[in-house]
Design a protein around this ligand. Structure first.
Ligand code: NI
Length: 403
């Protein structure tokens, strides 16, 4: 696990030589970033590193967008459309449990989702393209705070999709749900909307043996939580996918006391835009109805974070075509990669057509198969070179594809 990745012909035979030769560099950049994980909107060391590299390669760029974001613009030597490549930069508040020479130097913080690799891949793509001939313009968007509170929306507000106007956008996530040598790509919904709710039920406390004088907030809450399960089961089209999860419940102080109030919180996920606003209304209806029937009152707070991530069908077809020319694994390119996880890349895809895809990065033989957000997450860095090749071919392909 400690050695720099060696070139595995089985995985990189379709990767052009200069990109294969870049792999040790990609790995070093990734490890430099891995040792210096930073949380959302605090990615100053990460931004400095990107700025230093882009300056060294004389690639024009602007720093400080949406606090720590960076946009670089690389013009090709032939006219063509503008393709944006997006890489998220932030890490997670997790204590790394890996014992590797490049483990996190920042206590309690860790690149446990692979965003260090995303930055390395985008940098490698910028470097390679700066040394070669390509059509059109590529705009590199280094985005802060994907893990929260979200850097995509403020970057769009800051105008990163204009000057020059972005015609389409691509992005990838290193993905330990897929083995190295595979790519997950599909048109339409890839990832889900992310919404959350918080509710407090106010009853009337009292003695556990004298319930007739109380309004038991725990009994009301238990009925509400059970009833919420019927939203997906009975209200949503069975052909669609959705999740309502109550992940937190707080109530009560003693076995013989009826709780005055109870609180619960949860998350909602769905793929179809048509359910925007639906869950907020339906969840509150359930809460209000059951509270009324028991004489309780409630407070309800609902937050909408990320919309569903929807890939454009033409851009997904382009990426699929590119991926099929790059990966050699018998598993190859798969559309079986939908997840109810969320991603704020979704905001970019609401504005311009594009494709977000998963790049397989697990290698169980090397012990690199822990899931994302796990304290022992790590990935096979061979995927870094595949990522650069996929982006470079997407740039080349997009120029002819969009004509
Ligand atoms: Ni991630």
């Amino acid at each position: 696990m400690n050695a720099l990745p060696t070139v595995l012909p089985g995985h990189l035979s379709q990767v052009r030589l200069p990109i294969r030769q870049l792999l040790p560099q990609l790995s070093l950049w990734r490890r430099h970033l891995h040792q210096r994980p930073e949380l959302g909107f605090q990615e100053t060391l990460t931004a400095d590193f990107i700025h230093t590299k882009l300056t060294e390669w004389q690639i024009p760029h602007t720093t400080g967008i949406a606090q720590t974001g960076i946009v670089a613009i690389l013009k090709g030597d032939r006219p063509g459309p503008t393709l944006a490549i997006r890489a998220d930069m932030d890490a997670l508040p997790i204590q790394e449990a890996n014992d590797v020479p490049y483990r996190s130097l920042h206590d309690g913080k860790m690149h446990a989702c692979g965003h260090d690799g995303h930055v390395a891949i985008a940098l490698g793509t910028a470097y390679h393209l700066s040394q070669t001939s390509f059509p059109g313009t590529v705009k590199f968007i280094f985005q802060p705070a994907e893990e929260g509170p979200g850097g995509a929306a403020p970057m769009i507000e800051a105008g990163v999709l204009a000057n020059p106007d972005v015609d389409a956008i691509v992005g990838l996530h290193l993905w330990n749900q897929l083995p190295l040598g595979t790519v997950g790509v599909r048109e339409g919904a890839l990832m889900a909307a992310v919404e959350t709710f918080h509710c407090t039920i106010q009853g009337k406390g009292g003695h556990g043996a004298i319930p007739q004088q109380t309004i038991d907030s725990i009994v009301v809450t238990a009925q509400i939580i059970t009833a919420l399960q019927t939203i997906v089961a009975r209200n949503i089209d069975p052909i669609e996918s959705a999740v309502v999860t109550v992940g937190k419940l707080t109530a009560g102080t003693a076995v013989n006391v009826i709780a005055d109030s109870a609180s619960f919180s949860g998350t909602v996920r769905y793929f179809n835009h048509k359910y925007k606003d639906y869950f907020k209304q339906r969840i509150e209806q359930v809460i209000a109805g059951l509270c009324q029937s028991h004489g309780a009152t409630y407070s309800f707070d609902y937050q909408v974070y990320y919309p569903p991530l929807i890939n454009d069908s033409r851009m997904a077809a382009l990426v699929r075509q590119v991926a099929e020319s790059v990966v050699e694994s018998p598993l190859g390119v798969t559309p079986q990669c939908q997840t109810m996880g969320g991603e704020d890349m979704a905001f970019f895809l609401q504005k311009v057509p594009g494709c977000y895809f998963f790049l397989g990065s697990a290698n169980a033989d090397r012990g690199l198969a822990y899931p994302h957000h796990h304290p022992r997450f790590d990935f096979d860095e061979t995927a870094l070179a595949l990522g650069v090749e996929l982006f470079v071919r997407s740039v080349e392909g997009f120029a002819t594809y969009s004509v």
